[in-house]
Design a protein around this ligand. Structure first.
Ligand code: PLP
Length: 407
């Protein structure tokens, strides 16, 4: 099935908006995606008709909202093919999921002199939480580098792992380079040495199918808002035995079995890690978003976005003085670039005047910028609702900016 782009675009009312009197061209999808009416309507329906705090309620509304939340958990389980429903923990997003694992895993498994490995192309949210726990535990943070194309030097991983290495935390797809990392290979190398693996899938669940059992990954984290769902909801998948061994991270309601001043016992998975009133309306929205994406089909999405990437790469590469950062063989629909003599902020602001939304700066990956000796880039990231005509608009927009800068 090919993608019916015009039908899809109608599902996203925001794409009809004008910005500075120009039709909006939204190329900031790696930062957050737009939401289809199917997602917005489902959430509005719950607020209008069924809203009530979930779990342990005896009344109709509470049961409806509880069912909605737990149904969303089932949708996520199926989406990533987790073996057990209780391996799906709802969080605020990728950042909170990584913080949860870093703190709870470290409490149980990391001691002084142990090691954590991250890659050079991680988002700050998969670096800083590990740095913080390493500092606390007097553990060591090691870094797997990438080459100038933006490909991880996976062949160096085995040598980087030592008897003290406890976990490798790596992204599946880089948000600033677009690189698709060879996750299966990374997991196999780490597991052969008895090391656990956390995969940051914030930039991949919306582009490619993930099967956590096939990968045999220990932890997988992602955000709802980059997957056409609402903000404020995310997922932590963890293997049952690990999550059972790990201590709770946050205390409060929902996560307890019995509370006495002498001591508290904790709830079962997944609730042990879901302290406080859950963000159930957004979980329901995430469920609707996953169903929306699955209706189109991730294979169709991937094929179409690859077409957009190839088209845009060829067009932009033809612009004099334009350099693309991130030229890995396996890439997703992200193009980071700079044009000689033009600051990325100037480029971004002038494109904005033409209605074209791109992101500028470090993209929360300062080590990636340091690798290339630059302060930031302009990043255009494409979704299945984008078109080649919009890429033409970007191309013309960049040329126009270039002309303004000719002295
Ligand atoms: N990891 C990657 C690769 C990302 O691209 C992002 C966001 O851009 C994050 C983590 C953080 O996601 P969030 O801000 O939704 O927690």
């Amino acid at each position: 099935m090919a993608i019916d782009i015009q039908k899809i675009r109608k599902d996203f009312p925001i794409l009809e908006e004008q910005v500075h009197g120009k039709p909006l061209v939204y190329f900031d999808n790696a930062a957050t995606t737009q939401k289809p009416t199917q997602v917005i309507d489902e959430m509005v329906k719950y607020y209008y008709k069924y809203n009530s705090n979930i779990h342990r309620g005896v009344h109709y509304l509470s049961n409806k909202s509880t069912d909605g939340n737990e149904n969303a958990r089932k949708i996520v389980q199926k989406f990533i093919n987790a073996e057990h429903l209780h391996e799906i923990i709802f969080t605020r997003g990728t950042t909170e999921s990584v913080n949860l694992v870093a703190n709870s895993f470290a409490d149980k498994y990391i001691s002084e002199g142990d090691e954590v490995i991250v890659s050079e192309m991680e988002h700050h949210s998969n670096i800083v939480p590990w740095q913080l726990v390493c500092e606390k535990k007097k553990a060591i943070l090691k870094v797997l580098p990438f080459n100038d194309k933006g490909e991880l030097l996976v062949d160096q991983l085995d040598a980087l792992i030592s008897d003290r290495t406890k976990i490798v935390a790596v992204n599946h797809i880089s948000n600033s380079l677009g690189t698709i990392n060879p996750i299966q290979k990374i997991i196999d190398i780490a597991h052969a040495r008895g090391v656990k693996v956390l995969v940051d899938a914030a930039q991949s669940v919306q582009h490619v199918k993930i099967d956590v059992q096939e990968w045999d990954v220990d932890f997988l984290v992602f955000s709802g808002h980059k997957l056409y769902g609402p903000t404020g909801i995310g997922v932590l998948y963890g293997k049952e035995d690990l999550l059972n061994e790990m201590p709770p991270w946050q205390g409060g309601g929902e996560m307890i079995k019995e509370v006495r001043f002498e001591g508290t016992t904790f709830n079962e998975l997944p609730f042990k890690f879901e302290a406080g009133t859950p963000n159930y309306i957004d979980a329901i929205g995430l469920g609707a978003a996953i169903e929306y994406v699955e209706n189109i089909g991730l294979e169709n999405i991937d094929a179409y976005e690859q077409e957009l990437l190839a088209y845009a790469t060829e067009k932009l590469s033809g612009i004099e003085g334009l350099r693309i950062y991130g030229t890995a063989e396996h890439k997703t629909s992200v193009i980071s670039f700079l044009v000689d003599g033009i600051h990325f902020y100037d480029m971004g602001m002038l494109l904005d005047q033409m209605g074209i939304a791109v992101r500028t700066g470090t993209h929360c990956t300062e080590p990636v910028m340091q690798h290339f000796g630059i302060d930031g880039t302009v990043r255009a990231s494409f979704s299945f609702y984008n078109t080649k005509e919009e890429i033409d608009a970007l191309y013309k927009g960049i040329l126009k900016v270039c002309k303004m800068f000719v002295h």
